[in-house]
Design a protein around this ligand. Structure first.
Ligand SMILES: Cc1cn([C@H]2C[C@H](O)[C@@H](COP(=O)(O)OP(=O)(O)OP(=O)(O)O)O2)c(=O)[nH]c1=O
Length: 226
């Protein structure tokens, strides 16, 4: 089974590469704005599903281009497509923390995270795609990747921050690190200085719960219907 990581996150690529797995990467770009009053669970599962949908559209676009160029049926192994999304969740269990829009947005998030414990949730969706081979398709319709199985997991880690001062926030925002990260921090970077303790998976906080993702891939591979 070929594995495709549909993500533009350099952290996710780096984490998955630590599993010594062969995989390819495609980027997807979707609107990640939460709906009003959307629960953290509904939001994060909607995100991984939407990213998988966008990646499938991209794979079919590539397939169509290949067909046009090579004009031969492409019989390929099923694919396991991985998509992921990471958010912060405040102690109220309702407030979703995504990437900060600007400095003020980051400060607003951090004031609620200072000297307290929030959660970081990462959802992973594994989607098994299959490609009916042309010669089996008597109607000779256009080949498209079809979803034949999908599974989603959500991993949660508690993260306890130190008490934050305005000066700490200002310096951190100026570093540029917060901008592309949920909750506006990177535990793997300068953000480590803000973390008193975590309870749960570290890789989950960075953006891909690696052990759980590998277990998901293994389960999907073992139950794959060819
Ligand atoms: C909390 C935390 C988040 N992050 C990152 C992981 C994700 O890249 C990012 C959350 O944004 P996401 O929307 O989950 O992911 P992304 O937009 O970076 O990539 P893609 O959607 O293409 O997969 O925050 C860290 O790098 N360190 C951390 O400590």
């Amino acid at each position: 089974m070929d594995i495709i990581l549909a993500s533009g996150s350099p952290r996710r690529r780096e984490l998955l590469s630590r599993a010594q797995l062969e995989f390819t990467v495609i980027s997807v770009d979707i609107d990640e704005t939460p709906y009003q009053h959307e629960s953290p669970k509904d939001y994060i599962l909607r995100m991984v599903a939407a990213k998988a949908e966008a990646a499938t559209v991209e794979l079919n676009r590539q397939l169509k281009n290949n067909d046009a160029q090579s004009n031969k049926s492409i019989i390929s192994q099923p694919i396991i497509l991985l998509t992921s999304d990471t958010i912060g969740v405040l102690p109220d269990g309702k407030t979703v923390l995504v990437k900060p829009n600007n400095r003020e947005d980051a400060y607003h998030m951090w004031q609620q995270m200072s000297d307290s414990t929030h959660e970081v949730w990462t959802a992973v969706q594994a989607t098994q795609l299959s490609l009916p081979s042309k010669h089996l398709d008597k109607f000779d319709t256009e080949q498209v990747w079809k979803t034949i199985n999908q599974q989603q997991i959500i991993e949660r880690t508690e993260v306890t921050f130190v008490a934050l001062t305005k000066e700490m926030m200002s310096e951190y925002w100026d570093s540029g690190e917060p901008a592309d990260k949920a909750g506006g921090y990177g535990i793997q970077g300068l953000g480590a200085a803000w973390v008193n303790r975590i309870n749960g998976s570290y890789t989950n906080v960075v953006g891909l719960p690696l052990a759980q993702t590998l277990a998901l891939i293994k389960e999907m591979t073992n139950t794959a219907t060819l």
